[in-house]
Design a protein around this ligand. Structure first.
Ligand SMILES: C[S@@+](CC[C@H](N)C(=O)[O-])C[C@H]1O[C@@H](n2cnc3c(N)ncnc32)[C@H](O)[C@@H]1O
Length: 217
């Protein structure tokens, strides 16, 4: 049995997905603020430059605002999200682009995507809310789908309080992910850390982390 089949986190996964199903206010705000991630000086953009984006997978894509930035880059893009309505939205958004694929997944795995096909993976503004076991499951899957030498850029929580508690009680709905745990999970999943940068969100200076990781060649 694979790890994602063994973990019993269905209620946590369902709750996170539920919180971004049809949240029009969030998606409208997010669309207007996409430049926070893509302006040349942002920590996201500087690290993104390390990725080989010829065949890129975006995990937890929402309505596709990040991959939309790449719409005319001529690269292959695969957009994955647990909420089928988000994937439907993306299908319509990218209807005039034939280099994009879509997957509504199970919230823990990248089934049925094949092994070792992607040159890079990224995820912004989503994993910060995921249970750390779900993140470990995705790290195993990212290792599976990345080509050797491929990199992933993942935006995750750096929040050490409220272990075992509900993430919606935490500041900015950050899930429990104490410093060092993500690093440990990467190594256990066969991935190496290239660099990690602790980043602020809102009023908190150290609440999030951006990790650039690599599958050894
Ligand atoms: C805050 S939104 C961010 C969307 C997108 N990353 C962006 O920045 O616009 C969080 C996204 O994570 C998705 N999501 C929640 N839980 C998930 C899971 N376990 N696996 C994959 N996607 C998930 C939600 O459906 C939603 O699209």
């Amino acid at each position: 049995m694979s790890f994602h089949e063994s973990i019993k986190v269905e209620s946590e996964v369902a709750e996170v997905a539920e919180n971004w199903f049809n949240d029009e206010a969030y998606y409208e705000y997010a669309e207007k603020n996409v430049d926070d991630f893509w302006k040349p000086s942002s920590a996201f953009r500087l690290k993104f430059a390390h990725l080989d984006v010829r065949n890129v997978l975006e995990l937890a894509c929402g309505r596709g605002r990040h991959s939309w930035v790449m719409r005319d880059w001529g690269n292959r893009k695969t957009l994955v999200d647990i909420v089928p309505a988000n994937i439907d939205f993306c299908r319509n958004r990218f209807r005039d682009h034939n280099d994009v694929s879509f997957l509504a997944n199970d919230g823990k795995s990248l089934d049925p995507l094949p092994n070792e096909v992607f040159t890079s993976v990224f995820s912004y503004d989503a994993m910060v809310h995921f249970d750390h076991l779900v993140i470990y499951s995705y790290l195993l899957e990212i290792h599976r789908v990345l080509r050797p030498g491929g990199m992933a850029l993942l935006h995750h929580s750096n929040y050490a309080a409220n272990p075992g508690g509900k993430y919606t009680l935490n500041s900015h709905w950050r899930n429990f992910m104490p410093p060092g745990l993500f690093y440990d999970y990467c190594l256990k999943a066969g991935l190496n850390i290239v660099e990690q940068t602790v980043i602020p969100w809102g009023e908190h200076q150290q609440i999030d982390c951006l990790s650039l990781i690599v599958k050894p060649a």
